[in-house]
Design a protein around this ligand. Sequence first.
Ligand code: ADP
Ligand code: MG
Length: 595
Amino acid sequence: MGRIHVLDPHVVNQIAAGEVIERPASVVKELVENALDAGARRIDVRVGDGGRALIEVADDGWGMDEQDLARAFLPHATSKVESVDDLLHVGSLGFRGEALASVGSVARVRITSRPSGAEAGWVVEDFEGDVRSPTPAASSPGTVVRVEGLFAKVPARRKFLRTAATELGHVTTLLGRFAVAFPEVAFRLVQGTRTLRDTPAGSDRRARIGGVHGDDLAASLLEVRGEHLGFHLEGWVGPPSVHRGDARLEQVFVGGRFVRDRTVSHAVRQAYADLLPPGNRRPVAFLFLTCDPSQVDVNVHPAKAEVRWRDGSTVHRLVQRILREALEGAPPGVSVPLESSHPRPSTAEAVEFAFTHGVGRASPAFSSAPTPGAGRVAEGPPGAGPSGSGPAESPPARRTGEGLRPVGQVLGTYLVLEGDGEVVLVDQHALHERILFEEISARLREAGALEVQRLLVPVVVSLGHAEAALVREQAETLRTLGWIVEPFGEDAVAIQGLPAVLSRPDPEAMLAEVLEVLARGAAEGLDRASLVKETVDRMACRSAVMAGDVLRDEEVLALLERAEALDHSHSCPHGRPTRLTLSRGLLERWFHRTV
Ligand code: ADP
Ligand code: MG
């Protein structure tokens, strides 16, 4: 019988006030928080025109009865706190009873809800502050909040809204954070017929991070865990070889709430100090802190985006220590177990993404091998895949510049080489991917755009409407990346040319991947440099030799020689190492040849 009550004015005065509703993403944030507070396990968000026209959030939580619906739009009406004392240990995401009232005053809002256990539901509407009484309505268990025409009657606020694409980008980013914070909840974001996020419920945080930010990134993260004086930390953090040009993937959650927190950021920065390459690089770190609600004040920021710690120094110490321990034990670029003739690589060798920094010469071997089948105008020997393009004069000693001699390939995946007193295993895919990434980045840097291989016969690909539109919007970026793609009828495009550096292009599949990266990037509001970098990353991965590809000795040599021309060949662009060195000393100890 009704959970919601209007707060006592004396409690209201203790609440950090401020404008909560700024843009569609702030509405989505409040509605999703409400759904989570209501115990939802599935949350569907639908937007129209980036949320400018429509925002609808549907959940399967415990819902509201008639009496609650009659109060839901009242200012300071909440079921979550009662007294000033409650504000000192808030266990829910919401606590101010302001969100629905604020949204209702600047849009047309309809809430349909059916509480768990009830036979039917109720609907209530708020037309820019004009609240109607609840009426019975058919509905499934849970709550649907529909918000139309945000700021339609408030032109001064409406004019601060950005383009639909930008607003949608904010919503997408926001849902990505909720998804990472609540792996046990299924989230879906839909605009029109396009599903922008669809993350099924699960329990594994790493899988969820992968679903949102890419499996390769997720796989590279180290899992850390620790506790100190009642503060508990769980984190998935990048090794020093994985870093970014901004702090977007440095995400801190306190009790499930995404916050910007100086104490934690500072501790992260200290943990990674001297491990990351210079130039303002930021690590990847998803950190989840929990503690007794009385240890943290969430009532300090109008949008609840900051917290105040009771004991900030304990939090700082915990985060810094746990991260530092994990990072010091993290595999460096080159894996050199125990003792070895090679010195441990310095942290300066941590991989720097070549798009922002740079690497040395790029050797043309492999990368300019032509596409099988696709008739091309370009020069170069015809042949299959990444083959036969070793150096013109094969070195008679058949050793790489480092003095490594190919012995063979094992498990279809690893190259085995013998050096001076050591055996080296190389992950052929990871190495080739790294080479391609560096070479493509170097070419982009030097020439400003990738060289195009024109196709004799264009490949016509039919795309969805959205993808075809994306091709038109991103024509310039595509051109920079070596793609010549022209509109062909309504929803199709003709691939006239593709990047010459790709060694095994399947033009259609590769274009689909590139468009996927561009679509995701556009939705997340990535800048052009990051978009290009991500696309290059993807092209390198797809074009690299795969585990299972059989390489001839000359091919192995050519691959390693190209690697030697690069600075960062000891780990792939995702930070996985590419080689493992077993020294004679180590083998002798394993086999008890020494005492
Ligand atoms: P707050 O979340 O701070 O309490 P809101 O204005 O966001 O304030 O919501 C007011 C009240 O409406 C909440 O306290 C809750 O009881 C109820 N409510 C809002 N959304 C939902 C929902 N999706 N499911 C169940 N109850 C909800
Ligand atoms: Mg709320």
